[in-house]
Design a protein around this ligand. Sequence first.
Ligand SMILES: Nc1ncnc2c1ncn2[C@@H]1O[C@H](COP(=O)(O)OP(=O)(O)OP(=O)(O)O)[C@@H](O)[C@H]1O
Ligand SMILES: [Mg+2]
Length: 40
Amino acid sequence: MKLSICGKGGSGKSTVVALLAGEAAARGYRVLVVDSDVFP
Ligand SMILES: Nc1ncnc2c1ncn2[C@@H]1O[C@H](COP(=O)(O)OP(=O)(O)OP(=O)(O)O)[C@@H](O)[C@H]1O
Ligand SMILES: [Mg+2]
């Protein structure tokens, strides 16, 4: 499963992703988190 999260700066993307990743890992899924922010 692949999830892509996008939205306005500072809206909580990283916070939500960290929580989702932690929960998925706790449930036994192998998790890879990639931050694809591009410097403007
Ligand atoms: N350790 C912290 N203590 C207090 N506030 C925090 C902390 N970490 C993040 N925040 C605040 O929580 C909100 C969401 O932060 P978060 O980093 O999840 O957003 P983001 O969408 O990933 O931001 P960005 O687009 O800059 O990557 C922001 O207003 C941020 O300032
Ligand atoms: Mg972020």
